[in-house]
Every structure is written in structure tokens, then in C-alpha cells.
Design a protein around this ligand. Structure first.
Ligand SMILES: [Zn+2]
Length: 382
């Protein structure tokens, strides 16, 4: 049985579910690849209009030079206490034209389309949660909703904005997709590194001892790096995901390079692994190794504050009529930046569905109303 405030929100949202789905289709059919500034800026304008007209907010377009423009929306009085900071990104990993092969369609209780799960649906839920709060409960409280354009790239141009808003906020609600419905109370941090190896070229047949193979060296370094992976233990993973090098089959390669992805569960492990990777030494003393890069997102550790916030969310979900679980994910998000500042963060409040960054990306329509009601109740009670 839903509690009184919960059922008021549920009633309102159920009445408007078709409208929410219409909004979702509009959001998904505006394609937003992270690197296409023109498409991103178009979407930012659309989003800004939507926030003002549909959701009664005060939007600002925050111009970015290379990335798409970001959109920040405020509700409630400024100076009326620390706001709740809602956070979501509108860029997706999908190139322009993906809609042709992955159309946005609703069938058998799911909606498909590029970015529908990660995370256009979360944005729609966020806006509708604020609508429910204001139209049903009549609550005017300071809320800031930042929709950034470059999360899938590591938020190069929005990180500072995110951190500035997080510092001022009472709580951060991240509308990233859920983990099979569960919230993400811990996230691994992520780092990225570029390794360049220099050897010495020689004729592979005529002068086999005259060269120093950069490819052989990179292969050894790859094995060494991968040996640090401990996904079931400490949670650390290292992946050399891209390699390049060499010129011809009969030339000992003078150069090779690799792109490395690092994931860690704790800040201490982040520091340890950054040292390990930065201090890589060549196996062949005649080869030279250069490492660039570092951590991009700090890990979001399950702090006391996060655990406490989750407990409150679980009670609210219970009143709405569903059981809320928590989990950890290896995928980093902008929630990590906020948690690293010591602000309480709830992440994964967005859609129920699956297939983030995959061809079967989808959301479950059944999750739309209860999840939005949960965000509305969090906005009302936190
Ligand atoms: Zn995302």
C-alpha cells in the first residue's frame, strides 16, 4: 500500500505517463553524439526551452567552446537554503544516424533507441519529478538541474561546473541509469593512460639482433599491466584496449603505443595503481617507455553519508511500492566528482532497463512512474 504523499505523486505521474513517453521520444530522437557540437548545441536549445515551458524552470545555456553547450536549470528561490543538485548528461556514445538502425520505438513495455537508457530517460524523469513536486505537493524549494554535454568523454568542460554546484548543494541526485533497478552507492574510479614505446628498427631477417622491438616491449608491458587486475578481490581492473605499432612485417618495430583503462574501488588503490602505471620500466633496457595520463574520475566510495541517504531512499521506495536495492558498478560517472568532495550522493536514480552503450539499449516503461515518484519524494523530503 502506498503512503498518502506517495500515492498523490503516483496518481499524477500515471495520469501523465503518455506525456512522459512522448517527451522521452522527443529527447531520444534529438541525437546527441558527445563530439558533434552542432547537434549538441541544438539539443541544448531544445532542452532549455523544454525546461522553461514544460517544467517551469529558469534555464541558462552555459556556452562551451569545443564541447556542446551545457544547460543549467533552477527552481525555487535562490538564497533559500542549499539546493538539491540534480545531475545528468544529455550526450550519448552513439554517432549521428544511429536512429536509422536503432529506432526509438515502444513495444511490449520497452522503449528502444540510442541513449534512451544512458540517459535521456533519466533526464525526462528528473524534469517530471520536479513537475510532480511543484504541481502536486506545491513545494517550492531550491533545485538545480545541470544537464551536461560531455560526460561520455570524461566531462572535460563541465567538471568544474559540476564541482561548483556540488559544493553548494545539500545533496546530489544523479539520474544515471539504475543497475537492474538498484541505486549505485559505490562506483569505481576510472583512469586513462597512453603508453609510447620506442625501440630500434632493423631488418627482421637480415639483422635480427640489431633491432629493439617496441611491439615485443609493449606486449610484455601489457601482460605486466593485466596482471594487476583483480576484479573479484580488490576490484581493480587494467585493460590495454587499443594497441598500435610497427610499419611492415619484415621490420623490427621501432615504435608502438597502447591505450590503457584503469578501474579502482578506492582512492588508496587509485594512488597505488597510478604510481604502478606511471613508473613502468622497460623489460629490455634498450627500449624507452613513456607514460601519460592519470585518473579521470575518482572512485565513489560508499561513505556513511551515502549509506544513510540510501536508507532513506529505500524507505521512500517502500512507501511507493517497490523494493530498492543498492549495488556497485565499474562504470564511473559525474557522481564520482561530487562524492569526492564529501557531498552526499545518490546515483543510479534514472531509468530501469539495460544495454547502455550496446545495440540492445532500452528502458522498461514500468519503471518510469515509480522511479520518478521516488525522485519527487526525495526532492520533497531531503
Ligand atoms: Zn551515463
Amino acid at each position: 500500500m502506498s503512503s498518502e504523499p506517495a500515492s498523490r505523486f503516483l496518481g499524477f505521474l500515471r495520469e501523465h505517463q503518455d506525456e512522459m513517453l512522448e517527451d522521452l521520444k522527443r529527447f531520444v530522437t534529438g541525437e546527441t553524439p558527445s563530439t558533434d557540437k552542432e547537434l549538441l548545441d541544438d539539443f541544448a536549445s531544445f532542452l532549455s526551452d523544454y525546461a522553461a515551458t514544460a517544467a517551469g524552470g529558469r534555464p541558462e545555456i552555459l556556452p562551451a567552446e569545443v564541447s556542446g553547450n551545457h544547460v543549467r536549470v533552477r527552481w525555487g528561490e535562490e538564497g533559500g537554503g542549499p539546493p538539491i543538485f540534480m545531475l545528468g548528461h544529455y550526450d550519448t556514445v552513439w554517432p549521428a544516424g544511429t536512429l536509422e538502425i536503432m529506432p526509438c520505438e515502444e513495444r511490449d513495455g520497452i522503449v528502444t533507441g540510442p541513449g534512451v537508457f544512458d540517459m535521456k530517460c533519466g533526464l525526462v524523469q528528473g524534469f517530471w519529478a520536479v513537475r510532480a513536486l511543484r504541481e502536486v505537493a506545491g513545494v517550492e524549494r531550491p533545485i538545480v538541474f545541470l544537464c551536461n554535454s560531455d560526460e561520455e568523454l570524461g566531462s572535460p568542460s563541465s567538471r568544474a561546473l559540476i564541482e561548483d554546484e556540488a559544493r553548494l548543494a545539500a545533496t546530489v541526485l544523479v539520474l544515471e541509469p539504475s543497475l537492474d533497478g538498484a541505486l549505485k552507492t559505490a562506483r569505481k574510479g576510472a583512469g586513462r593512460f597512453h603508453i609510447t614505446v620506442k625501440g630500434r628498427s632493423a631488418h627482421a631477417g637480415g639483422d635480427p639482433t640489431g633491432g629493439v622491438s617496441a611491439i615485443e616491449e609493449l606486449a610484455q608491458l601489457t601482460l605486466q599491466l593485466h596482471s594487476h587486475s583483480d576484479p573479484r578481490g580488490a576490484g581493480t581492473t587494467v585493460n590495454v584496449g587499443v594497441v598500435a605499432g610497427g610499419t611492415r612485417h619484415n621490420v623490427i618495430a621501432a615504435e608502438a603505443s597502447g591505450e590503457v583503462d584503469l578501474r579502482v574501488a578506492t582512492q588508496a588503490e587509485a594512488e597505488r595503481m597510478v604510481d604502478v602505471i606511471s613508473e613502468l620500466e622497460p623489460h629490455n633496457p634498450e627500449a624507452r617507455v613513456r607514460v601519460e595520463g592519470g585518473m579521470i574520475w575518482p572512485p565513489m566510495e560508499r561513505s556513511e553519508k551515502i549509506a544513510e541517504l540510501f536508507k532513506r531512499a529505500r524507505v521512500l521506495a517502500d512507501e511507493i511500492g517497490f523494493e530498492l536495492e543498492e549495488g556497485m558498478t565499474g562504470g564511473a560517472s559525474d557522481g564520482c566528482f561530487c562524492a569526492a568532495l564529501g557531498v552526499p550522493v545518490l546515483d543510479g536514480l534514472g531509468a530501469v532497463g539495460g544495454g547502455a552503450h550496446a545495440v540492445d539499449e532500452h528502458i522498461e516503461v514500468a519503471g518510469l512512474v515509480p522511479r520518478t515518484a521516488l525522485v519527487a519524494r526525495l526532492l520533497e523530503t531531503l
